[in-house]
Design a protein around this ligand. Structure first.
Ligand code: FES
Length: 134
């Protein structure tokens, strides 16, 4: 009786085992790596902008300039304090460590290195005047 395995058959057996293992593991990998996309939160704003330029809400500020309108998060990207809008300078400033941000969300200075989140704003002529998708 010959117990020697033909190298050609051993390779195809190994290949078949590898392929079979992949088929067994693939659904598990897909399950683990699957992420459910976050649904956008839609906020209706019934107040008009102050001086047609800005509006400060709890979690975001809405700005309007040159027919463009956008919203910027008020959560500081350093440690998460709520930013204050300085109307006379047109910037957002953190009361905790004094990071400063432009009204577009860009970092001007401070310990924060990451720009603020910006949100899409839909403008209406009737209330709600703005619909912010966060
Ligand atoms: S939390 Fe805003 S600068 Fe530190």
């Amino acid at each position: 009786m010959n117990n020697k395995i033909n190298p050609k058959h051993a390779f195809s057996r190994r290949l078949l085992l590898s392929f079979g293992s992949f088929l067994l593991i693939y659904p598990l990998i897909r399950f683990i790596s699957h992420r459910v996309p976050r649904k956008p939160v839609i906020i209706k704003v019934t107040e008009p902008l102050k001086q047609d330029k800005f509006l400060v809400k709890d979690d975001f500020c809405i700005f309007s300039e040159n027919e463009q309108i956008w919203a910027v998060s008020r959560k500081c990207t350093h440690l998460g304090c709520r930013l204050n809008y300085k109307e006379e300078e047109g910037i957002l400033e953190c009361p905790c460590h004094q990071s400063r941000f432009a009204n577009t969300g860009l970092v001007i200075n401070g310990p924060s290195k990451t720009e603020l989140k910006t949100y899409k704003v839909e403008k209406n002529t009737d209330p709600p005047f703005f619909i912010v998708s966060t």
